[in-house]
Design a protein around this ligand. Sequence first.
Ligand code: FES
Length: 108
Amino acid sequence: MSVEGFVRACALSELEEDMPRRVELDGVPVSVVSTEGEVFAIHDICSHANVSLSEGEVDDCTIECWLHGSRFDLRSGKPSGLPATRPVPVYPVKIEGDDVLVSVTQES
Ligand code: FES
């Protein structure tokens, strides 16, 4: 399914609070996170090194890179601490029924 570039990432009912889910959408690795009553989609690779962010912990609307501890804001992708200095892309999310739709063609 593709509506304005949105593709189905997973079922909303499959997402557990604060448990990132890694999916690949059009070849792009994405971490889908349900937290604080919202669903976010963030690029799944840390901007510091080639590490999967979905293996890190979610807290206070951020996801932590488990390797060196930088935290990325799930809303903006910006790192809040070193060693990462560059943001990671975040993507728009739409919920339709039980479908979580993400557009990896637009960065939000
Ligand atoms: S690899 Fe993510 S902070 Fe270093």
